[in-house]
Design a protein around this ligand. Sequence first.
Ligand code: SAH
Ligand code: ZN
Ligand code: ZN
Ligand code: ZN
Ligand code: ZN
Length: 441
Amino acid sequence: GVGGLALLGLAPSAPSCPHGPALLFVKTSQGKEEGRRFYACSACRDRRDCNFFQWEDEKVSETRLATREEYNRNHQPPFTHRQNVERYKNFVLLPLSKRRFCQECQQLLLPAEWEKHSDHQFLCDISTAQLKSPSQLLYPLENKKTNAQYLFADRSCRFLLDLIIGLGFRRVLSVGTPRLHEMIQSKASQEDDFRVRSLLLDIDFRYSQFYTEDEFCHYNMFNHYFFGGEAACETCRKFLYQDNGERVIMVTDPPFGGLVEALASSFKKLMAMWKETEREGHNNQEMPMFWIFPYFFESRILEFFPSFRMMDYQVDYDNHALYKHGKTGRRQSPVRIFTNVTPSMIVLPVEEGYRFCAICQRYVSSGNQHCEICNSCTSKDGRQWKHCVLCKKCVKPSWFHCNNCNCCALQNHTCEKTDASCFVCGKSGHKRSTCPSLSHT
Ligand code: SAH
Ligand code: ZN
Ligand code: ZN
Ligand code: ZN
Ligand code: ZN
């Protein structure tokens, strides 16, 4: 019942921070019809990473605008992508003994720069294999709020790539999936008959040290911003247009911190970019996509992409203690694949316990029983769910029907009328996403 924050989206005249155009939010307090609108950084939810803030109706002086522009310029990376590509070319010419990587600056060093980094920790003898696996060389970013990088476990990454190949795709637009990109790139350079290509879009500029401008674009997926400007946007467009736009799939694994509507709006722009290709008779098709995200965001994702379905496959991560494979008694990963590819085509590994449900026409996890009453395999989390006749749906095994609340809940829940009112305006009868007090941009 307290007020909150809601995202209004990308406004045409939005001011910019170092991460591109800021997003418009509204601060609300309960009962108030209209909250005050403000701009904040699209990429960083932790204000310590980017403290950009401006009320929508605030007058910004010329001096402050000039200072801001200078600040934005100064907060760009020390080298451009082009410079990093040149540096890489020089780096690979060095003998092994002169190939150093500064761990503090997360940067490949050329001999002339050693002096400047002399009191930093560095790695020596950087091999070609290491250069081909930057996601192993770079520290995963660990800022919980802004950019926590959770890298695919090898098992999951292989599964995704095999699935993509099995479905006949030839190009992968890797949006925030550096490890998948890396697996594709390294196979492409090692195996002559490997035909898949990948373009990485990611906000982590460290990757520009390892990939050319045709392989990596510095990109912000919360505001569809290409840091490299029109040229980088054109690289992406060209990539999508190859082969008449055929056999391309987008795979994305965004940070889980919410802002689903911002992500959805960017992904729709990437889909629209693909749609502009001159493909005959494919006009009503959508660009195929895998959106990797936790299962509890299902309704939010389907709100924006009604054609998507959630797959039962549990995506595992290397550096996330909680999100690992369930089979050995560890906790099960809540992360799933949402896709507009026909579910029956997404073949899940039988050796990991997945089975095909002929009625649902999709692969489901071993614990997911087909419910006769719902007529579907209803489990979301991999455990067997049970049907509640009063709720007229299947619920988690740990839930019981509460006559007070008139719904199923944990046995020891506190019976409180859950506040069914809108998050934005506090009125009942609608949810935040359809709140009439928000003009959707
Ligand atoms: N599982 C993936 C990594 C997912 S972690 C893999 O192994 O390949 C989320 C990724 O999204 C990271 O690579 C991170 O750098 C990127 N990211 C985070 N915020 C972003 C933003 N605003 N725009 C684009 N990419 C972003
Ligand atoms: Zn079923
Ligand atoms: Zn049921
Ligand atoms: Zn119930
Ligand atoms: Zn409302």
